[in-house]
Design a protein around this ligand. Structure first.
Ligand code: UDP
Length: 362
């Protein structure tokens, strides 16, 4: 079986790492060709994941980052189409909800190459999010829908996607967290002058928070406020967030000094920061789940989440950055909360194997 995997953004490297390893375990049964679209291109947003997580080197490296949505998606489709004509794979495998996901899926389906979508069925029900459009399109052109949760399977059923093409296989991010946290050996927490359970970990990068100036300012000021009122806040800052903060004049030395603002970290450091954090504040999809995997309460800085089961079990609460106080109050409440962790919402840590089995069976 020849599988052409399309990745391009940080969360896709994390997801693909476990599946690529599961492919390799099958030996000559599976031939995986990796295409990296270049959507994320900074070394600490891309290269570090391939090195640390031992992801096979992409056979095709496109350089299509830093473009607008239309140009990026269009040029990706054009390049992927050429690769598909040459490689003639049995499957195109796409992950999650980025422009690389949608471009890979659309290029494949137009050439009648079956598409398998990992993380199928996730919905925020907010079509203003570029990710929501990408995932809806990818799901509707896929032959195999690899869903992490029961909720995702139900979402697909509501859109008329049912039957054997939908496989609930658990979440590959859980596989990744289990596997790589055992290998995370550095001392990122100590080097930051922090102690386990003595800090808050924050991430911020969603368009709805970063591209809307008032939201960005409120979210950022809320993080500063949390660091003053509650405990130190570590913010590994996404390049687009850094750029937006700088443009808004918010990255003045005095403000920055009140936060532990660091460059994006590799996955091995990230899992240590997550495991040792007392609380996570984030607008990331993946980081919400990783907080849960490590039993750390989370506040999601958004109006809604795709991972609704986390809110239902009390591990996560929503606090969109509409006011600084609302975020600080939510953080304080989360610190005092007693959530029910460890309910196995995301499978048994063998989702990657389930995905390979589903592809071989289909
Ligand atoms: N991540 C990382 N270093 C960082 C920030 C995030 O390794 O500095 C990892 C994180 O642990 C998770 C993935 O990147 O596995 C999530 O990516 P991101 O938040 O960019 O995307 P989303 O999950 O929101 O799509």
């Amino acid at each position: 079986m020849k599988v052409l995997t399309v990745v391009g953004a940080r969360p896709q490297f994390v997801k693909a790492a476990t599946v690529s390893r599961a492919f390799a375990e099958r030996g000559p049964q599976v031939n995986e060709i990796i295409v990296h679209t270049g959507q994320h291109f900074d070394a600490n947003m891309s290269e570090v994941f391939f090195t640390e997580m031992q992801i096979p080197r992409p056979q095709y490296q496109l350089e299509l980052g830093g473009l607008g949505h239309g140009a990026m998606t269009g040029r990706m489709m054009e390049s992927i189409e050429t690769i598909l004509r040459d490689e003639k794979p049995d499957w195109v495998l796409v992950y999650g909800d980025t422009n690389s996901t949608m471009a890979g899926a659309l290029a494949a389906v137009k050439l009648h190459v079956p598409v398998a979508h990992v993380e199928a069925g996730l919905r925020s029900f907010n079509r203003a999010m570029p990710e929501e459009i990408n995932r809806v399109v990818a799901d509707h052109v896929s032959t195999l829908l690899l869903s992490p949760t029961d909720v995702a399977v139900q979402n697909l059923a509501r859109e008329g996607i049912t039957g054997s093409k939908v496989v609930r296989c658990g979440d590959v991010m859980y596989d990744a967290a289990l596997h790589y946290s055992q290998r995370a050996g550095g001392d990122v927490v100590g080097k930051l002058g922090l102690q386990a359970k003595g800090f808050i970990l924050a991430t911020l990068h969603r368009a709805e928070n970063v591209d809307v100036p008032e939201r960005l300012e409120t979210a950022f000021r809320a993080l500063v406020e949390c660091s003053e009122q509650l405990m130190p806040v570590v913010l590994p800052i996404h390049p687009r967030t850094r750029k937006a903060l700088r443009e808004r004049g918010l990255l003045d030395a005095a403000t920055v000094a009140r936060l532990k603002l660091i460059e994006p970290v590799g996955y091995l450091d990230m899992v240590q920061l997550e495991r040792d954090a007392r609380l996570v504040l984030t607008d990331s999809g993946g980081v919400q789940k990783e907080a849960y995997f490590f039993g750390v309460p989370c506040v999601t800085l958004r109006e809604e989440t795709e991972w609704v089961e986390l809110v239902e079990c009390g591990a996560n609460r929503l606090a969109a950055p509409r006011s600084v106080q609302a975020v600080v109050d939510a953080a304080r409440a989360a610190l005092d909360s007693q959530a029910a962790f460890g309910q196995g919402l995301y499978g048994d840590g063998r989702s990657a194997q389930a995905i390979v089995d589903a592809l071989l069976r289909a």
